[in-house]
Design a protein around this ligand. Structure first.
Ligand code: HEM
Length: 227
């Protein structure tokens, strides 16, 4: 990307200044790292509290990828349950729960409220994702609800919607899917004690866990085969 921007700098130096290029690189790092890492941590925490789901995800990987090679991006279409786990994690714990503030460009009405032009608007994705009017058993972790993607996935908005939606959604899904899939494929995971992992939320632009996740893992046989 930087290579491309530097070549644009040659043809349009007044727009593609070093500062603009630095800004673009920084926003991608800033918007893309913490959000992705936080989502993986929430997903692992949910899996540790739901060993049945973890077992089902591992079985899916063992069935469709096998025990001799590591999953790759091209395997995603075969791993529907893994995708459902990611969707259900971003439903319950959207990394940016209030998305990013927007300003109304015209006078408008939202949900019966008159909104003057220039008003700062926040979308509470966290509350929308847990609204019992939209979701059955709204606060429970049930990846199965996304089995028929068409019926439920359209109600999710962890990446925002429309023209200003997250341009990194595709990359994030691939990085989360690959990381989570490989963690499940390569290790047996367990909680550090009988006690469930604390799912309390901390504060921040991205929503961290209040207590960082601690867990135990044991390498599976596949590690010896592939490394
Ligand atoms: C789980 C991971 C991620 C989540 C939950 C997430 C979520 C979001 C949300 C909610 C927005 C604002 C959308 C709105 O206001 O309507 C946004 C914007 C943005 N995201 Fe992401 N994001 C993630 C990963 C990434 C990655 C990997 C990148 C790039 C490498 C990225 C780059 C951006 C950028 C540049 C914007 C600003 C877009 C604009 O203002 O037009 N994000 N993201």
């Amino acid at each position: 990307m930087i290579d491309h921007l530097l070549s644009l700098q040659k043809s349009e130096p007044e727009y593609y200044t070093d500062e603009i290029i630095k800004g673009l690189a920084l926003i991608l790092i800033f918007a893309g790292t913490d959000t992705t890492a936080t989502t993986i941590e929430w997903a692992m925490s949910l899996l540790l509290n739901h060993p049945d789901v973890l077992k089902k995800a591992r079985a899916e990987l063992d069935t469709h990828i096998g025990k001799d090679c590591l999953m790759e991006e091209s395997d995603f279409p075969k791993l529907q349950y893994l995708q459902s786990i990611i969707s259900e994690t971003t439903r319950l714990f959207p990394a940016t729960p209030l998305l990013i503030p927007h300003i109304s460009s015209e006078n408008c009405q939202i949900g019966g409220f008159d909104i003057p032009r220039g008003t700062i608007l926040l979308v509470n994705a966290w509350a929308i994702h847990r609204d019992p009017k939209s979701w059955k058993d709204a606060t429970s972790f049930k990846p199965e609800r996304f089995k028929n993607e068409e019926s439920e996935a359209y109600k999710l908005l962890p990446f925002g919607l429309g023209r200003r939606a997250c341009p990194g959604a595709g990359l994030a899904n691939r990085v989360i899917g690959l990381t989570l899939g490989l963690l499940i494929q390569c290790y047996e995971w367990e909680r550090v004690s009988e006690k469930e992992v604390d799912m309390a939320e901390g504060k921040g632009i991205t929503m961290p866990k209040l207590e960082p996740l601690e867990s135990m893992c044991k390498a599976r046989a596949i590690i010896r085969k592939v490394l």
